[in-house]
Ligand binder design. Structure first.
Ligand SMILES: Cc1cc2nc3c(=O)[nH]c(=O)nc-3n(C[C@H](O)[C@H](O)[C@H](O)COP(=O)(O)OP(=O)(O)OC[C@H]3O[C@@H](n4cnc5c(N)ncnc54)[C@H](O)[C@@H]3O)c2cc1C
Length: 342
């Protein structure tokens, strides 16, 4: 492990999902660049799989200085044991200061295994990462330039800053869409370093009999316009209004957790802490109160319009335009006005 006074790099685990680099991995490289700049260290990445050389240029173009690649036919699909062993051994050899994983199903399986194997901490589902100092008054000691791992805690009622002052690397998982994706660099100069993969039979004690992948029904992350409905919409039938407005504007349908829990729409559409984090150009919140867990998933939207009968609803505090009114009246008016003007 790295000496705590001798800083290592910021390492990002690159996830390949259905033959593509997962968006969260590229978002994490962008965040890692910011962290590495503050620490005056480099950004490194690690990609594991089979036939992965096709992805290297794309990864380097997001600004990572070194890309370790572990390639083997047997690594085509994710398996906990071999992936854990490879990632742990790269961490042990390269002694990074910080390691970041996507909080995807794969990342949520892999990161804790790695943390446990190399005996360090892990903060799951971070919503922000910063570098700062920590003064431990009891020990009369200041830890310099450590990773603030920021995430909601106690049901989203507080935002906690979690630190791992004594152990390296400092590890965190981050959900897709939380960190901003910068534009790729035109002529990347990073170095690709293939790793000699050493695996034995014990790494493959499980055999995958069949793989079934269910496609996502909605791509909230890619949408420029999202029309979201909440409990205030009232019923599944009434939720048709949300679909109509979304269709009229060329957007997609989002929802609050209360709307999902009430059976108005499926969980794929949920925006927020336990749903998808979105950054559309326009977000229209219809009958949504604006609880912290919902706001967290949409506060980075370019423009927010809120429609709510309660003038004191918290959503109005973050909305750029607020309409105090009943969704049953306001939405048909919006649809009619848009259709007559376009
Ligand atoms: C650990 C945890 C994770 C969570 N994750 C999420 C998450 O990912 N996403 C999420 O959304 N929530 C999440 N929640 C739940 C969150 O706390 C809120 O309960 C939820 O967001 C409320 O949804 P809502 O705004 O639709 O419903 P409500 O809070 O019930 O608000 C309904 C709103 O509709 C308005 N209204 C009523 N009738 C009308 C009408 N006819 N026209 C216009 N307005 C009307 C009301 O004034 C009210 O403001 C989470 C909670 C916890 C504890």
């Amino acid at each position: 492990m790295a000496d705590k006074t001798n800083k290592g790099d910021v390492l990002v685990f690159i996830e390949i999902e259905h033959g593509e680099i997962s968006d969260v991995s590229l978002e994490l490289i962008c965040k890692a660049r910011e962290l590495a700049q503050t620490l005056d260290v480099k950004v490194t990445a690690l990609m594991v799989g089979n036939d992965i050389s096709q992805f290297t240029l794309n990864i380097l173009s997001y600004g990572c200085n070194k890309l370790y690649t572990a390639e083997d036919k047997r690594l085509k699909f994710y398996e906990t044991l071999p992936y854990t062993n490879i990632v742990s051994s790269v961490i042990e050899k390269t002694a990074p200061e910080i390691v970041l994983f996507g909080a995807t199903p794969l990342g949520r399986d892999l990161a804790p295994r790695v943390a446990s194997k190399i005996k360090t901490g892990l903060t799951a589902d971070c919503t922000d990462l910063k570098i700062g100092n920590h003064e431990d008054k009891k020990l009369n000691r200041t830890y310099k330039d450590i990773l603030y791992q920021i995430r909601p805690a106690f049901g989203g009622n507080i935002i906690a800053t979690i630190i791992a002052p004594e152990h390296r690397p400092q590890m965190a998982t981050v959900r897709e869409g939380v960190m901003k994706l910068d534009k790729p660099i035109k002529n990347p100069s990073g170095e690709v370093i293939p790793i000699d993969v050493k695996l034995d039979e014990d790494d493959f004690v499980n055999s995958v009999i069949e793989r079934t992948v269910s496609e996502k029904k909605v791509n909230l992350k890619a949408a420029d316009i999202i029309v979201s409905g909440g409990a205030g919409v009232g019923s599944k039938d009434n939720f048709q209004l949300i679909h109509e407005l979304a269709e009229t504007l060329g957007g997609v349908v989002g929802a609050s957790r209360a709307a999902v829990d009430s059976g108005f729409i499926s969980h794929d559409h949920q925006v927020g802490q336990t749903g998808t984090t979105v950054r559309p150009k326009l977000y229209i919140a219809c009958g949504i109160s604006g609880a912290i867990q919902h706001r967290e998933g949409m506060i980075e939207s370019g423009k927010i319009i809120a429609i709510n009968t309660d003038p004191d609803a918290p959503i109005f505090k973050i909305a750029h335009y607020g309409i105090v009114g009943d969704v049953n009246d306001v939405i048909p008016m919006m649809i009619k006005t848009y259709k007559t003007k376009n």
